[in-house]
Each structure stands twice: as structure tokens, then as C-alpha cells.
Design a protein around this ligand. Structure first.
Ligand code: GLN
Length: 300
């Protein structure tokens, strides 16, 4: 998709645009001409995201007037999408479990696999689970969901990217009043910012794509999402290996390490944890497509 779309091809050059229906039609045409495969659905999603209404709203309200502000915001997002940006970046937000998070190209767009990771962690929490950490927090999706869904004493999020810490902190500020747990974001590599902290759960979706696999990623991932959040040396395993090495220094007895992995390397990671005598109860868990996606283990 080329970055050449001019909104005036699809919309009158003088505002007001007219109705929501006109706006939808113009956006759909723009997205379609740039090769977006489901242009109408995406146009509706863009309107829904800009107006912060449900996805069906635009179709049900096509005769409502679109204010110039709304029209400009929608057209701007549609142009970014037409230029190839992932929809979440184009609209500046992504849904993750119960939350809507602000995202941009400084952070990975949270994935449905990672929603399952949070589920599996929450299932294993008890009233004794007081302090948890999300390593490589990105937008803060895991940390904020844990803090939203359960009362812990403290949820940490760390990230090596200062940009990510800024995005996560912004999301925390917006959600502060609805969180059940205190949350604290710290800048640094893996567990380094949590020196001296004892944790009951360490959860992470670290970068796990190998350099050789970069070319296989869909263009909207490869060309837009931060490589720092995706790629890891040593065949995609460097960050995971280091996390497995560091985590026992911080985990309380029986504390949980929960890591998302590349499905092709789930066995390798399970083996890595199994041969480490600081861990027991190693589990390999599946994502919603039935692929081995998570490796869990307990500190002995
Ligand atoms: N699952 C991501 C993808 O779509 C990768 C995320 C990660 O490296 N942690 O490629």
C-alpha cells in the first residue's frame, strides 16, 4: 500500500462532510482502493474507535451528522490505515481483555494470545499472591489487566524502552481510578529494575521472533511494530533465556514464572526450565488455536 492517498479523492474538499454514512462510504472507498481486505468493517471500526462507541454504531447511525472534528479525526485515521499502518496505530487504541489501551508505534499492539496468558496467570493466583511483575510491559497490557482484575499489593511493569514506559504510564494514569491494585512502572532490562524485590508472579511476553523469521512476519507487523518488542537474538531465545536465568533470584518459594513463547520453541523453553533445578512444576499451555504458547514453572 502506497502512502499516496489523498482524502479529497474520497471526500468533498469543503467540510462539513455530511452524515456518518457519507464518512463511512468515503473511508471504505479509500481503504478499498489501497487494498485493505475488509474496508467496510475497518471503516466502521475506525468511526467506532474515534467516537468511542460500539462497532455496530456507525452502521446503525448512518443518517446522523458527522461533526467536522469527528470527520477530520476519522479521515486522518483512515489515511494512516490506507498507508499500511495497523488499525490499532491508526486509531491510537487497542482492546485488551476488559481495557482499552492507548497504543502507537512505540509499543507492540497487544495480542489475543497474551489475553490468554493473563487468564492462565489469574487462574493460578491465590490470596497469597501479593506482588507480581510484568517484564517487558510495552503498553502495560498485562500489568494493567492484572491490576484491573484482581487486588494485589503491587503490580510492577518493566521495559527496556523508555518510550514503552511512557505509553504504559499514560495508560496507567487514564485507568488509575478503576484499578484494584497499585501499579508501578520501572525502566530497565528485564528484572534489572526490580533489584531486591521479591515477587509471587513474574509474567512476560518477551520478544521471541528470531532475526531469520523477520521476513516471514506480516508487513503490518514487520514494518510498523517496534523490533525491540519482537526480535531477540540467539534464534529468538535470548530474552527468554535471560528471564529464566534471572527470575529465581526474585521469586518467592512456590512463586510462578509465566512466559509467552514462540510455539515452535515451546519445547526448547520447557526443556530449558526443566533442567534448571531452581524450577519445578513445569507446564506447557496452549493458546486459543491449540498451539503450545506458554511455559509456566514454579520456584522450588
Ligand atoms: N506474537 C507476536 C507476533 O505476532 C510476537 C510477540 C513477541 O515477540 N513477543 O509476531
Amino acid at each position: 500500500m502506497a502512502n499516496k492517498t489523498s482524502s479529497s479523492t474520497y471526500f468533498p474538499t469543503t467540510l462539513p462532510i455530511g452524515t456518518i454514512g457519507d464518512l463511512l462510504a468515503g473511508c471504505t472507498a479509500m481503504l478499498e482502493s489501497e487494498g485493505v481486505t475488509e474496508p467496510q468493517r475497518e471503516a466502521r471500526e475506525i468511526v467506532a474507535a474515534v467516537l468511542d462507541v460500539p462497532k455496530f454504531w456507525a452502521a446503525a447511525n448512518s443518517i446522523a451528522d458527522a461533526s467536522p472534528d469527528v470527520a477530520i479525526a476519522v479521515i486522518r485515521a483512515a489515511m494512516q490505515r490506507a498507508a499500511g499502518a495497523p488499525l490499532a496505530y491508526a486509531v491510537g487504541r487497542a482492546s485488551f481483555r476488559h481495557l482499552t489501551l492507548e497504543v502507537d508505534d512505540r509499543v507492540l499492539i497487544p495480542r489475543v494470545e497474551t489475553e490468554v496468558l493473563v487468564d492462565r496467570v489469574l487462574e493460578r493466583c491465590s490470596s497469597n499472591t501479593r506482588r507480581v511483575a510484568d517484564i517487558g510491559t510495552g503498553s502495560g497490557a498485562i500489568a494493567l489487566s492484572l491490576a484491573f482484575e484482581r487486588e494485589f499489593d503491587l503490580v510492577f511493569g518493566t521495559d527496556i524502552s523508555l518510550d514503552a514506559i511512557a505509553v504504559a504510564s499514560g495508560n496507567a494514569a487514564s485507568l488509575r481510578s478503576v484499578l484494584k491494585s497499585s501499579i508501578e512502572f520501572r525502566h530497565g532490562s528485564l528484572l534489572a529494575p526490580l533489584k531486591g524485590e521479591v515477587l509471587d508472579v513474574i509474567v512476560s511476553n518477551p520478544p521471541y521472533v528470531s532475526f531469520a523469521e523477520l521476513g516471514d512476519l506480516p508487513p503490518d507487523v514487520r514494518d510498523w511494530e517496534p523490533s525491540l518488542a519482537l526480535l531477540s537474538p540467539q534464534d529468538g531465545l535470548a530474552a527468554t533465556r535471560e528471564l529464566v536465568r534471572q527470575a529465581p533470584h526474585h521469586l518467592a518459594p512456590d512463586g510462578l514464572l509465566a512466559v509467552e513463547v514462540d510455539t515452535r520453541r515451546a519445547g526448547t523453553v520447557a526443556e530449558m526450565v526443566s533442567v534448571d533445578d531452581r524450577y519445578g512444576d513445569v507446564e506447557v499451555l496452549l493458546d486459543l488455536t491449540g498451539r503450545e504458547r506458554f511455559v509456566f514453572a514454579r520456584r522450588v
